[in-house]
Design a protein around this ligand. Sequence first.
Ligand SMILES: Nc1ncnc2c1ncn2[C@@H]1O[C@H](COP(=O)(O)OP(=O)(O)O)[C@@H](O)[C@H]1O
Ligand SMILES: [Mg+2]
Length: 338
Amino acid sequence: MTRQNTTGHGNNAVEVRGLVKHFGDTKAVDGIDLDVREGTVMGVLGPNGAGKTTLVRILSTLLLPDSGKATVAGYDVVRQPRQLRRTMGLTGQYASVDEKLAGWENLYMIGRLLDFSRDGARKRADEMLERFSLTDAAKKPVMQYSGGMRRRLDLAASLIGHPKVLYLDEPTTGLDPRTRNEVWEEVKRIVSEGNTVLLTTQYMEEAEQLATELTVIDQGKIIAEGNVPELKAKVGGRTLEIRPSDTGELNRMVGALAQAGLDGLAGATADEDKGVVTVPIISDEQLTAVVGLLGERGFAISDIATHLPSLDEVFLAITGQKATHQDDEETKLKEVAA
Ligand SMILES: Nc1ncnc2c1ncn2[C@@H]1O[C@H](COP(=O)(O)OP(=O)(O)O)[C@@H](O)[C@H]1O
Ligand SMILES: [Mg+2]
Protein backbone atom coordinates (compact mmCIF):
# COMPACT_ATOMS: atom_id res chain seq x y z
CA MET A 1 0.00 0.00 0.00
CA THR A 2 1.72 3.13 -1.23
CA ARG A 3 0.33 6.35 0.12
CA GLN A 4 -0.94 8.53 -2.69
CA ASN A 5 0.80 11.82 -2.92
CA THR A 6 -2.34 13.91 -3.00
CA THR A 7 -1.01 16.87 -1.07
CA GLY A 8 1.60 17.80 -3.67
CA HIS A 9 4.29 18.18 -1.01
CA GLY A 10 6.91 16.15 -2.79
CA ASN A 11 8.00 12.55 -2.55
CA ASN A 12 8.69 10.13 0.22
CA ALA A 13 12.26 10.37 1.50
CA VAL A 14 11.80 7.10 3.37
CA GLU A 15 9.57 4.20 2.31
CA VAL A 16 9.35 1.05 4.38
CA ARG A 17 7.21 -1.97 3.51
CA GLY A 18 6.71 -5.08 5.58
CA LEU A 19 10.07 -4.75 7.30
CA VAL A 20 11.02 -7.63 9.61
CA LYS A 21 14.04 -8.25 11.82
CA HIS A 22 14.04 -10.96 14.48
CA PHE A 23 16.82 -11.80 16.91
CA GLY A 24 16.10 -15.39 17.89
CA ASP A 25 12.71 -15.23 19.59
CA THR A 26 12.78 -11.45 19.86
CA LYS A 27 10.69 -9.79 17.18
CA ALA A 28 12.57 -6.50 17.22
CA VAL A 29 10.93 -5.25 14.02
CA ASP A 30 7.84 -7.22 13.12
CA GLY A 31 6.26 -6.01 9.89
CA ILE A 32 6.60 -2.23 9.76
CA ASP A 33 5.25 0.03 6.99
CA LEU A 34 6.33 3.65 7.12
CA ASP A 35 6.41 6.69 4.82
CA VAL A 36 8.32 9.84 5.59
CA ARG A 37 7.60 12.71 3.21
CA GLU A 38 10.49 14.88 2.11
CA GLY A 39 11.03 17.88 4.35
CA THR A 40 9.01 16.53 7.28
CA VAL A 41 9.90 15.10 10.68
CA MET A 42 8.62 11.63 11.45
CA GLY A 43 8.63 10.80 15.12
CA VAL A 44 8.91 7.12 15.97
CA LEU A 45 7.67 6.88 19.52
CA GLY A 46 8.00 3.82 21.71
CA PRO A 47 9.38 2.52 25.01
CA ASN A 48 12.75 0.88 25.49
CA GLY A 49 12.96 -2.33 23.50
CA ALA A 50 10.17 -1.31 21.08
CA GLY A 51 12.45 -1.75 18.06
CA LYS A 52 13.36 1.88 17.33
CA THR A 53 17.12 1.45 17.13
CA THR A 54 16.79 -1.75 15.11
CA LEU A 55 14.64 0.14 12.58
CA VAL A 56 17.15 3.01 12.41
CA ARG A 57 20.05 0.58 12.02
CA ILE A 58 18.34 -1.12 9.09
CA LEU A 59 17.54 2.23 7.47
CA SER A 60 21.15 3.32 7.87
CA THR A 61 22.51 0.07 6.33
CA LEU A 62 24.16 -1.07 9.59
CA LEU A 63 21.90 -4.11 9.81
CA LEU A 64 20.25 -6.31 7.17
CA PRO A 65 16.50 -6.95 7.48
CA ASP A 66 15.18 -10.54 7.44
CA SER A 67 12.49 -9.54 4.96
CA GLY A 68 10.60 -6.56 3.63
CA LYS A 69 11.82 -3.58 1.70
CA ALA A 70 13.06 -0.11 2.54
CA THR A 71 14.27 2.75 0.38
CA VAL A 72 15.83 5.98 1.58
CA ALA A 73 16.21 8.90 -0.82
CA GLY A 74 15.34 6.40 -3.54
CA TYR A 75 18.11 3.94 -2.63
CA ASP A 76 17.38 0.39 -1.52
CA VAL A 77 18.88 -0.26 1.93
CA VAL A 78 19.98 -3.77 0.96
CA ARG A 79 21.04 -3.34 -2.66
CA GLN A 80 22.43 0.23 -2.68
CA PRO A 81 24.04 0.71 0.74
CA ARG A 82 27.00 2.74 -0.49
CA GLN A 83 24.91 5.31 -2.35
CA LEU A 84 22.53 5.49 0.58
CA ARG A 85 25.27 6.14 3.12
CA ARG A 86 26.25 9.25 1.20
CA THR A 87 22.80 10.76 1.50
CA MET A 88 22.07 10.08 5.16
CA GLY A 89 23.28 11.28 8.53
CA LEU A 90 22.96 9.43 11.82
CA THR A 91 23.04 10.68 15.37
CA GLY A 92 22.98 7.66 17.63
CA GLN A 93 21.50 7.19 21.05
CA TYR A 94 25.08 7.22 22.29
CA ALA A 95 27.47 9.86 21.00
CA SER A 96 29.52 8.48 18.15
CA VAL A 97 32.42 10.91 18.33
CA ASP A 98 35.91 10.02 19.60
CA GLU A 99 36.37 11.25 23.18
CA LYS A 100 40.10 11.67 22.99
CA LEU A 101 40.09 13.84 19.90
CA ALA A 102 39.29 17.53 19.88
CA GLY A 103 35.93 18.62 18.49
CA TRP A 104 37.51 20.04 15.38
CA GLU A 105 39.57 16.88 14.76
CA ASN A 106 36.45 14.72 14.97
CA LEU A 107 34.66 16.79 12.36
CA TYR A 108 37.71 17.00 10.11
CA MET A 109 38.13 13.21 10.21
CA ILE A 110 34.52 12.60 9.33
CA GLY A 111 34.86 15.01 6.40
CA ARG A 112 37.90 13.10 5.17
CA LEU A 113 36.04 9.78 5.55
CA LEU A 114 33.30 11.27 3.38
CA ASP A 115 35.92 12.01 0.69
CA PHE A 116 36.20 15.75 1.27
CA SER A 117 39.59 17.18 0.22
CA ARG A 118 41.86 18.30 3.08
CA ASP A 119 40.88 21.88 2.43
CA GLY A 120 37.21 21.02 2.04
CA ALA A 121 37.17 19.01 5.28
CA ARG A 122 38.91 21.85 7.14
CA LYS A 123 36.39 24.41 5.90
CA ARG A 124 33.44 22.19 6.68
CA ALA A 125 34.70 21.48 10.23
CA ASP A 126 35.14 25.21 10.89
CA GLU A 127 31.71 25.95 9.46
CA MET A 128 29.93 23.29 11.52
CA LEU A 129 31.67 24.31 14.78
CA GLU A 130 30.62 27.89 14.15
CA ARG A 131 27.08 26.87 13.38
CA PHE A 132 26.72 24.81 16.55
CA SER A 133 28.43 27.47 18.72
CA LEU A 134 31.42 25.24 19.44
CA THR A 135 34.17 27.38 17.91
CA ASP A 136 35.60 28.23 21.34
CA ALA A 137 35.82 24.54 22.21
CA ALA A 138 37.27 23.51 18.84
CA LYS A 139 40.63 22.44 20.24
CA LYS A 140 39.39 20.84 23.45
CA PRO A 141 39.20 17.05 23.68
CA VAL A 142 35.59 15.92 23.59
CA MET A 143 35.86 14.31 27.02
CA GLN A 144 36.00 17.82 28.47
CA TYR A 145 32.71 18.77 26.78
CA SER A 146 29.43 19.09 28.70
CA GLY A 147 26.56 16.78 27.77
CA GLY A 148 24.94 19.48 25.66
CA MET A 149 28.16 20.31 23.82
CA ARG A 150 28.65 16.63 22.99
CA ARG A 151 25.19 16.29 21.54
CA ARG A 152 25.73 19.45 19.51
CA LEU A 153 28.98 18.02 18.20
CA ASP A 154 27.21 14.78 17.44
CA LEU A 155 24.58 16.67 15.43
CA ALA A 156 27.31 18.61 13.65
CA ALA A 157 29.09 15.34 12.82
CA SER A 158 25.95 13.84 11.30
CA LEU A 159 25.43 16.92 9.10
CA ILE A 160 28.96 17.18 7.67
CA GLY A 161 28.10 15.38 4.44
CA HIS A 162 24.95 17.46 3.70
CA PRO A 163 22.63 14.48 4.24
CA LYS A 164 19.20 14.48 2.63
CA VAL A 165 17.81 12.32 5.40
CA LEU A 166 18.84 12.54 9.03
CA TYR A 167 18.18 9.90 11.68
CA LEU A 168 18.12 11.06 15.27
CA ASP A 169 17.94 8.07 17.58
CA GLU A 170 16.77 9.26 21.01
CA PRO A 171 18.75 12.49 20.74
CA THR A 172 17.94 13.70 24.26
CA THR A 173 17.60 10.54 26.35
CA GLY A 174 19.60 11.01 29.53
CA LEU A 175 19.96 14.78 29.19
CA ASP A 176 18.87 17.25 31.85
CA PRO A 177 15.90 19.48 30.88
CA ARG A 178 18.01 22.53 30.05
CA THR A 179 20.33 20.61 27.75
CA ARG A 180 17.33 18.86 26.25
CA ASN A 181 15.88 22.24 25.30
CA GLU A 182 19.18 23.23 23.76
CA VAL A 183 19.20 20.12 21.57
CA TRP A 184 15.56 20.68 20.61
CA GLU A 185 16.42 24.19 19.41
CA GLU A 186 19.20 22.79 17.22
CA VAL A 187 16.95 20.09 15.79
CA LYS A 188 14.27 22.68 15.02
CA ARG A 189 16.84 24.71 13.14
CA ILE A 190 17.93 21.68 11.13
CA VAL A 191 14.32 20.96 10.29
CA SER A 192 13.57 24.56 9.32
CA GLU A 193 16.29 24.23 6.70
CA GLY A 194 14.18 21.65 4.89
CA ASN A 195 15.86 18.42 5.97
CA THR A 196 13.95 15.20 6.30
CA VAL A 197 14.29 13.79 9.79
CA LEU A 198 13.39 10.46 11.31
CA LEU A 199 13.45 10.94 15.06
CA THR A 200 13.03 8.19 17.61
CA THR A 201 12.03 9.04 21.14
CA GLN A 202 10.49 7.68 24.32
CA TYR A 203 9.05 11.08 25.16
CA MET A 204 5.66 12.31 24.01
CA GLU A 205 6.77 15.84 24.76
CA GLU A 206 9.79 15.52 22.50
CA ALA A 207 7.65 14.13 19.70
CA GLU A 208 5.25 17.01 20.18
CA GLN A 209 8.05 19.57 20.05
CA LEU A 210 9.75 18.22 16.96
CA ALA A 211 7.63 15.86 14.88
CA THR A 212 4.95 16.59 12.30
CA GLU A 213 3.82 12.97 12.03
CA LEU A 214 4.03 10.20 14.58
CA THR A 215 4.28 6.46 14.47
CA VAL A 216 3.92 4.70 17.81
CA ILE A 217 5.57 1.30 17.96
CA ASP A 218 5.67 -1.38 20.60
CA GLN A 219 7.24 -4.84 20.38
CA GLY A 220 8.20 -4.29 16.77
CA LYS A 221 4.72 -3.36 15.59
CA ILE A 222 2.97 -0.09 14.78
CA ILE A 223 0.19 0.47 17.28
CA ALA A 224 -0.87 3.98 16.23
CA GLU A 225 -0.05 6.66 13.67
CA GLY A 226 -1.15 10.17 12.88
CA ASN A 227 -0.14 13.75 13.51
CA VAL A 228 0.47 14.98 17.01
CA PRO A 229 -2.97 16.54 17.62
CA GLU A 230 -4.63 13.34 16.38
CA LEU A 231 -2.70 11.20 18.82
CA LYS A 232 -3.14 13.67 21.64
CA ALA A 233 -6.87 13.71 21.01
CA LYS A 234 -6.90 9.94 21.51
CA VAL A 235 -5.50 10.33 24.98
CA GLY A 236 -7.50 13.44 25.86
CA GLY A 237 -4.79 16.06 25.44
CA ARG A 238 -3.21 17.78 28.42
CA THR A 239 -4.48 18.05 31.96
CA LEU A 240 -4.42 21.27 33.90
CA GLU A 241 -3.97 21.15 37.66
CA ILE A 242 -4.99 24.21 39.64
CA ARG A 243 -4.16 24.50 43.32
CA PRO A 244 -6.34 27.03 45.18
CA SER A 245 -4.61 28.86 48.04
CA ASP A 246 -7.47 27.67 50.22
CA THR A 247 -8.09 23.94 49.65
CA GLY A 248 -11.58 24.44 51.05
CA GLU A 249 -12.35 26.12 47.71
CA LEU A 250 -11.87 22.96 45.61
CA ASN A 251 -15.54 22.18 45.07
CA ARG A 252 -16.58 25.81 44.60
CA MET A 253 -13.92 26.04 41.89
CA VAL A 254 -15.21 22.95 40.11
CA GLY A 255 -18.71 24.41 40.27
CA ALA A 256 -17.60 27.73 38.80
CA LEU A 257 -15.85 25.97 35.91
CA ALA A 258 -18.78 23.67 35.20
CA GLN A 259 -21.21 26.63 35.12
CA ALA A 260 -19.04 28.67 32.79
CA GLY A 261 -20.28 26.64 29.83
CA LEU A 262 -16.89 26.47 28.17
CA ASP A 263 -16.24 23.48 25.94
CA GLY A 264 -14.96 20.47 27.83
CA LEU A 265 -14.94 22.13 31.24
CA ALA A 266 -17.66 19.88 32.54
CA GLY A 267 -14.79 17.41 33.00
CA ALA A 268 -13.28 19.42 35.87
CA THR A 269 -12.88 17.35 39.03
CA ALA A 270 -11.65 18.01 42.55
CA ASP A 271 -8.77 15.88 43.78
CA GLU A 272 -9.04 16.23 47.56
CA ASP A 273 -5.91 14.21 48.27
CA LYS A 274 -3.65 16.35 46.12
CA GLY A 275 -5.56 19.54 46.88
CA VAL A 276 -5.99 20.41 43.22
CA VAL A 277 -8.72 20.82 40.62
CA THR A 278 -8.00 18.78 37.48
CA VAL A 279 -9.26 20.00 34.10
CA PRO A 280 -8.79 18.25 30.75
CA ILE A 281 -7.45 20.82 28.30
CA ILE A 282 -8.11 20.60 24.58
CA SER A 283 -6.58 23.86 23.35
CA ASP A 284 -4.42 26.81 24.37
CA GLU A 285 -7.48 29.06 24.11
CA GLN A 286 -9.31 26.90 26.61
CA LEU A 287 -6.34 26.99 28.98
CA THR A 288 -6.31 30.80 28.84
CA ALA A 289 -10.07 30.94 29.33
CA VAL A 290 -9.95 28.74 32.44
CA VAL A 291 -7.26 30.79 34.11
CA GLY A 292 -8.99 34.05 33.17
CA LEU A 293 -12.32 32.85 34.46
CA LEU A 294 -10.94 31.83 37.85
CA GLY A 295 -9.25 35.21 38.17
CA GLU A 296 -12.49 37.03 37.36
CA ARG A 297 -14.37 35.02 39.97
CA GLY A 298 -11.83 36.08 42.58
CA PHE A 299 -10.24 32.68 43.30
CA ALA A 300 -6.77 32.85 44.84
CA ILE A 301 -4.52 30.31 43.12
CA SER A 302 -1.23 29.11 44.57
CA ASP A 303 -0.09 26.86 41.73
CA ILE A 304 -0.94 25.97 38.14
CA ALA A 305 0.60 23.14 36.15
CA THR A 306 -0.19 21.38 32.89
CA HIS A 307 0.68 17.75 32.29
CA LEU A 308 1.11 16.07 28.96
CA PRO A 309 -0.12 12.53 28.71
CA SER A 310 2.72 10.16 29.49
CA LEU A 311 3.73 7.47 27.07
CA ASP A 312 2.02 5.00 29.37
CA GLU A 313 -1.24 6.91 29.06
CA VAL A 314 -0.90 6.91 25.28
CA PHE A 315 -0.46 3.16 25.29
CA LEU A 316 -3.33 2.71 27.67
CA ALA A 317 -5.57 4.81 25.43
CA ILE A 318 -4.47 3.15 22.20
CA THR A 319 -4.24 -0.47 23.21
CA GLY A 320 -6.60 -0.53 26.17
CA GLN A 321 -3.89 -2.23 28.20
CA LYS A 322 -0.76 -1.28 30.02
CA ALA A 323 2.41 -1.53 28.01
CA THR A 324 4.71 -4.25 29.27
CA HIS A 325 8.19 -2.96 29.95
CA GLN A 326 11.45 -4.35 31.08
CA ASP A 327 12.19 -3.37 34.67
CA ASP A 328 14.50 -0.44 33.96
CA GLU A 329 12.02 1.11 31.56
CA GLU A 330 9.29 1.02 34.11
CA THR A 331 11.31 3.31 36.35
CA LYS A 332 12.33 5.53 33.47
CA LEU A 333 8.75 5.98 32.32
CA LYS A 334 7.64 6.75 35.85
CA GLU A 335 10.30 9.40 36.07
CA VAL A 336 9.11 10.88 32.80
CA ALA A 337 5.50 10.82 33.90
CA ALA A 338 6.30 12.32 37.30
N1 LIG B 1 21.85 -7.34 18.26
C1 LIG B 1 20.83 -7.81 18.96
N2 LIG B 1 20.79 -9.09 19.36
C2 LIG B 1 19.74 -9.58 20.07
N3 LIG B 1 18.67 -8.86 20.42
C3 LIG B 1 18.64 -7.56 20.06
C4 LIG B 1 19.72 -6.97 19.33
N4 LIG B 1 19.42 -5.67 19.10
C5 LIG B 1 18.22 -5.46 19.68
N5 LIG B 1 17.76 -6.57 20.25
C6 LIG B 1 16.47 -6.73 20.95
O1 LIG B 1 15.46 -6.27 20.06
C7 LIG B 1 14.46 -5.52 20.76
C8 LIG B 1 14.38 -4.13 20.17
O2 LIG B 1 15.56 -3.43 20.54
P1 LIG B 1 15.86 -1.94 20.06
O3 LIG B 1 15.64 -1.86 18.59
O4 LIG B 1 17.19 -1.57 20.57
O5 LIG B 1 14.71 -1.14 20.81
P2 LIG B 1 14.64 0.42 21.19
O6 LIG B 1 15.68 1.14 20.42
O7 LIG B 1 13.24 0.81 20.83
O8 LIG B 1 14.87 0.49 22.67
C9 LIG B 1 14.87 -5.57 22.22
O9 LIG B 1 14.16 -6.62 22.83
C10 LIG B 1 16.34 -5.85 22.17
O10 LIG B 1 16.76 -6.52 23.34
MG1 LIG C 1 17.17 2.45 21.06
